[in-house]
Design a binder for this molecule. Structure first.
Ligand code: FAD
Length: 449
């Protein structure tokens, strides 16, 4: 009797370059494609609102694409370990395949499942698909992990080049029996009361085909000017691949190889390198979202939270044009340009003196690319407490940043037009005074170092 293969989709919602799916096809038995919404396992971070929106649409797309090729996507909700075990038993599955995850709680679940299922005689195999370099393969001469980006990336580039991407399968031989599946709408991933997702719908098309189109358009239209224009928020010069990489609608291997083929990609590839660095840092420091990577920052004397200041920042009502523009872009579209992410984050942490964790949580909830590694990693980078972080005293001046990177005001005019001109709102805080206060607070960190 056939013992089907389960392909457990996680952060890899694609058919092309999906080694777990490829392994199941090669095994030759009928396939069950599974996605588990896990909101219960200990330590798993609940998805933010914008992420839930993206996930819903990406699952619709994946489900359709599987159906066209002969398989059904089974949806189940619950603690992943129990759900996968139950499905193995229900379907008398002979094998389970997945692509690896690198967060602490996720790894614990996967390791437990792997050993448990193998003891039952079920074949289990996992694959590298979400990172170009496995975290345990990139080490310093002393065998430790890197805390500075440049030598980290140099070490990555000295390793064998990332493998070629696997082609997209034309057929996926799904199991004939119908398997119980949740209805996606019952997961309530889309906001309803109120429906705040209009701006997301206008901005994005989740799913693998749109991700591939975006990659191609970026390589054809923007790669050549990327180095020069990538810091200008109004230029539309970056790839907008971050949510697609977050959800695995396109694989980093595909992005890597197509960029190398298109040429001129060094700077762009090194941004993919920052993504690798963030994930490797999370792998070695699973508490990245809650704990300072540099413990001397535990001594930072955060003043009591002023909720009105946090809210003004969240809503884009600080009276600082570039900050307000960025926060409104985020609220409306689920995305913010990288330069503006740095400026808004610096303003929260160093001008409003609000703990980086509050900002990280807001981004986590509102970004469509909210990523377990990239988000806290970059927040800690801005706050000064992270790996290869900006020195604390480098406090972005949002006015100078606007002059430099949005010189003709296109970006601010789009998102916060009322702040241009003489009768714009007053800034919530004085940039100079708060900068001095932040530097004084930093003295505590220096003493603790
Ligand atoms: P491109 O410039 O086209 O870069 C290509 C890819 O490289 C990106 O899609 C992304 O995967 C990766 N990348 C680029 N910059 C970085 C970086 N600094 N760190 C890690 N990876 C990078 N990125 C996320 O993907 N998820 C997050 O949750 C996230 N939170 C951030 C929070 C703060 C405070 C800051 C300052 C940055 C954050 N970033 C995050 C990094 C960066 O802002 C986005 O990856 C980038 O703006 C996405 O746009 P893009 O795809 O057009 O980038």
């Amino acid at each position: 009797m056939a013992r089907p293969s389960i392909v457990w989709f996680r952060d890899d919602l694609r058919l092309a370059d999906n080694p777990a799916l490829r392994a199941a096809i090669d095994r030759g038995e009928p396939i069950i494609a599974l996605y588990v919404l896990d909101e219960e396992s200990p330590g798993i971070r609940a998805l933010g609102g914008a992420s839930r929106w993206w996930l819903h649409h990406s699952l619709v797309s994946l489900g359709e694409r599987l159906r066209e090729r002969g398989a059904t996507l089974v949806l189940r909700r619950g603690p992943a370990e129990r759900i996968v075990r139950e499905l193995v038993t229900d379907a008398s599955a002979g094998a389970v395949f997945w692509n690896r995850r690198y967060g602490g709680p996720e790894r614990a679940i996967d390791a437990e499942l792997k050993s448990g299922l193998r003891e039952q005689g079920v074949e289990v195999a996992s694959f590298a698909a979400s990172l170009l370099f496995e975290p345990w393969t990139v080490t310093t001469g002393a065998g430790t992990h890197f805390s500075v980006f440049t030598p980290f990336w140099r070490a990555c580039l000295a390793l064998p080049s990332p493998r070629s991407p696997l082609p997209e399968p034309r057929e996926v031989d799904g199991i004939r029996r119908s398997m119980a599946s949740d209805a996606l709408r019952d997961w309530d991933l889309l906001p309803r009361h109120p429906d705040w997702a209009a701006g997301l719908r206008e901005t994005w098309e989740p799913g693998e085909p749109a991700a591939r189109r975006r990659l191609r358009a970026f390589l054809e239209d923007d790669l050549a000017t990327y180095d020069r224009a990538r810091d200008e928020p109004a230029a539309g010069a970056t790839s907008l691949l971050s949510p697609r990489l977050r959800w695995g609608e396109v694989s980093p291997y595909t992005v890597w190889h197509e960029t190398v083929t298109a040429g001129h990609g060094g700077r762009f590839l090194s941004e993919l390198g920052w993504r690798e660095f963030a994930w490797h840092t999370l792998f070695h420091f699973p508490e990245l979202a809650t704990k300072n990577l540099r413990p001397e920052f535990d001594a930072f004397p955060w003043p009591p939270l002023e909720p009105a200041h946090l809210e003004a920042w969240q809503r884009g009502r600080t009276g600082v044009p570039l900050v307000d523009a960025g926060m409104r872009e985020l609220w409306t579209t689920g995305y913010m340009h990288n330069r503006v992410r740095m400026v808004t984050a610096s303003f929260l942490v160093k001008n409003l003196l609000i703990d980086w964790r509050r900002g990280e949580e807001w981004f986590w909830d509102t970004l469509v690319d909210a990523d377990e590694a990239n988000n806290p990693f970059n927040w800690q980078w801005v706050a000064g407490s992270g790996a290869d972080a900006a020195p604390y005293f480098r406090i972005f001046n949002p006015e100078l940043q606007a002059k430099k990177f949005d010189a003709d005001g296109h970006y601010v005019r789009e998102w916060a037009p009322e702040s241009l001109g003489d009768d714009g709102p007053e800034p919530l805080v004085d940039l100079g005074e708060t900068r001095t206060a932040a530097l004084a607070a930093y003295e505590h960190v220096k003493r603790a170092a």
